[in-house]
Every structure is written in structure tokens, then in C-alpha cells.
Design a protein around this ligand. Structure first.
Ligand SMILES: *Cc1c(COP(=O)(O)O)cnc(C)c1O
Length: 337
């Protein structure tokens, strides 16, 4: 068997999830007549206390649409240099929204209100308008670390005082929530928009949801259409999303437990110099300087273990729904071999 640890996007729908997809009631979503899509959007919005939601193909799409609705041409987005919105979305902030970025260097991708307050641009003809702050939770490049709500509350207050919107890239927000036991409604109060991936830890084949006010989502729907993201009988996918929200959130703790086990196993590997603290389902480790991550990942591949390079000497493992205790035991055997 192959041990797939490159990403939590590799999961395949379970028979029970497929069953609900087969029997979904669908319609044309561009005409807003796909009732399963509507049900998913409403369910997700209610969970976080928002007025509305928009189901889209990917987290890149939900993030980029949100940014596009929040900013005007020439404005600036304040975010950490490790942010997915900056690093992994094809330069979309510039290409899609003609906006610039003001990059901060936080703690494993987490930024503070104090750091943000130091870079907000003054109201002056020379400067771009600091219009949006974008946070990521959990932080992918930071090894799955998460924010404390108290810090987010400070950031929210700062944004309100400075007329800036606050967006959350919550691709893995549920990984954070099962650890902190915080109420998702608290998150809804903080952010003007949240992007949530259902295709990561929650295990649906395709799809992300963007949340916000009715007015924000109306604008977002228009941008989605303009970018070719209006889809038709998407309810087959939305049905999987509803199933995932009802069945696959609490079990994320198991992924975290297995990730911590992997972290412990890697402590005994001589090529490994440093392992980031394992907070959720992501394990990042740094190899000693003589070993390139591309070579190391190739060696793992020969053992039937799939990992992702995450920098010149950095490697990432991500645990997920299809990585069971049986896979973990097999991983242990193969890695020590
Ligand atoms: C995966 C991911 C996304 C969205 O990725 P898509 O592949 O476009 O769905 C956004 N942000 C973070 C932090 C991610 O890990």
C-alpha cells in the first residue's frame, strides 16, 4: 500500500458520502435553483453566524473572490509572508485585484495586532490604502499552528479603528476549532469574510465555501460568475459537503493524534534536524543542511511514503481521513527501515 502524506486533499469520498451524493436533489446553481447547494451554504453560514455563503470550486477561488470584493485597485493587503493568499495563489492578489501586499513576518505565519499597527499606512497621497488584513488559521506553512481568539479580537478592534476589512483563510479552520474547543460563532463575529475548505480534512472531493453578509456574498457571486466559476448541478458536491459537516469534524482529532505520533517517530531519524511543534494535522521537519528535501522525498517515495517538499531542506507530512492507524504502523516500519 502507498502511504499518502502529501496533503489532506488526497482523500476519496467514503461509500456513505458517495451514497448521499448519488441521491442529491440538484438544479441549476447559476439560476440559484440547486437546493442542495443552497442548503450547504445556509448550513455553513449558520454554523459561523453569517447571513450568507457561496459554494466555490476551491479555496484559492474563495480567497481571491473575497480579496477582490474587499479591495480597490492599488489598495494593499496586510498578511504574513507565509500566507497561502500570497505564496500559493499564483500572484492572484496582483493579477486578479491589482492590489499590493504589505508582508509581515510573524510567528510561524501568525501575526499580531501590534505588528499590524506598525505598518498601517498613513492617509497620505504617497501611500497605498491599507484596506484588508488577511489571516490564516491554521497556518499551512507554519506547520498547522493556530491563533488564540484573544489575539484575533485585538486585530479585529484595530481593523475597525482603521477602516480595514478582516478576512480569514480558514482552509483548515475546523482543525483549529477541534483543538481550541472555541465556538465557531465567535469567529463569525470577528471576520468580515471566511473561506473554508471542505476538500481538505473534511474529505469532500471538491469545494470551498465563502461566508459573509448578504451584500458581500451578492458581490462575490458576481465575481465568481465573471471568473467563470458559475456552475450548474453542483449539488452533487454540496451533498458531500453537508455530509462532511455532519460527520467529519470531530474525527479531525484522530488526524492530530496520528500527526503527533509521526512527529515522535521523526525525532528518532538522524537526517532530521528540527521538527516544528505538531499542533494539528501537519508535520514539518527540517533536514540537516547536507540533504536536499527533493532527494529525501524521493527516498521516501521508494519506501512507498509520499511526502511534499516544503523548502530546500523542509519536508511536510499531512494526516487525513484516509490515513488510519494501520497506515501509521506501516509508516513506522518503513521509515525506520
Ligand atoms: C489548500 C489551501 C487553500 C486552498 O487551496 P485550493 O487547493 O485552492 O482549494 C487555501 N489556504 C490554505 C492555507 C490552504 O492550505
Amino acid at each position: 500500500m502507498t502511504i499518502e502524506l502529501r496533503s489532506d486533499t488526497f482523500t476519496k469520498p467514503s461509500p456513505a458520502m458517495l451514497e448521499t451524493m448519488f441521491s442529491a436533489a440538484v438544479g441549476d446553481d447559476v439560476f440559484e435553483e440547486d437546493y442542495t447547494v443552497k442548503a450547504l451554504q445556509e448550513k455553513t453560514a449558520q454554523l459561523f453566524g453569517y447571513e450568507a455563503g457561496l459554494f466555490c470550486t476551491s479555496g484559492t477561488m474563495t480567497n481571491q473572490i473575497a480579496i477582490n470584493v474587499h479591495v480597490n485597485q492599488g489598495d494593499e493587503v496586510i498578511c504574513d509572508a507565509l500566507s497561502h493568499v500570497y505564496l500559493y495563489e499564483g500572484g492572484g492578489i496582483a493579477a486578479n485585484s491589482s492590489a499590493s501586499v504589505n508582508l509581515l513576518h510573524g510567528n510561524r505565519g501568525r501575526i499580531t495586532a501590534e505588528q499590524i499597527s506598525e505598518v498601517i499606512q498613513a492617509d497620505n497621497v504617497h501611500y497605498p490604502v491599507s484596506r484588508l488584513v488577511s489571516l490564516e488559521n491554521t497556518v499551512n506553512k507554519g506547520g498547522g499552528c493556530y491563533y488564540q481568539l484573544s489575539e484575533i479580537q485585538k486585530i479585529k478592534a484595530l481593523c475597525q479603528d482603521n477602516n480595514m476589512a478582516l478576512h480569514l483563510d480558514g482552509a483548515r479552520i475546523f482543525n483549529a476549532l477541534v483543538e481550541t474547543q472555541e465556538n465557531p460563532l465567535e469567529y463569525g463575529k470577528m471576520f468580515d469574510s471566511i473561506s473554508i475548505c471542505l476538500s481538505k480534512g473534511l474529505g469532500i472531493p471538491v469545494g470551498s465555501v465563502l461566508l459573509g453578509t448578504t451584500d458581500f456574498i451578492k458581490k462575490a457571486r458576481k465575481v465568481r460568475k465573471r471568473w467563470g466559476g458559475g456552475w450548474r448541478q453542483a449539488g452533487y458536491l454540496a451533498a458531500a459537503g453537508i455530509y462532511a459537516l455532519e460527520n467529519n469534524i470531530e474525527r479531525l482529532k484522530e488526524d492530530h493524534k496520528r500527526a503527533r505520533e509521526i512527529g515522535k517517530i521523526m525525532e528518532g531519524i538522524s537526517a532530521v534536524e528540527e521538527i516544528y511543534p505538531v499542533d494539528t494535522n501537519i508535520v514539518i521537519f527540517r533536514l540537516n543542511n547536507k540533504i536536499l528535501s527533493s532527494d529525501y522525498v524521493q527516498k521516501l517515495d521508494e519506501k512507498g511514503i509520499k511526502a511534499a517538499t516544503f523548502g530546500k531542506h523542509l519536508v511536510r507530512f499531512v494526516t487525513h481521513l484516509d490515513f488510519t492507524d494501520e497506515h501509521l504502523e506501516e509508516f513506522r516500519k518503513r521509515i525506520l527501515r
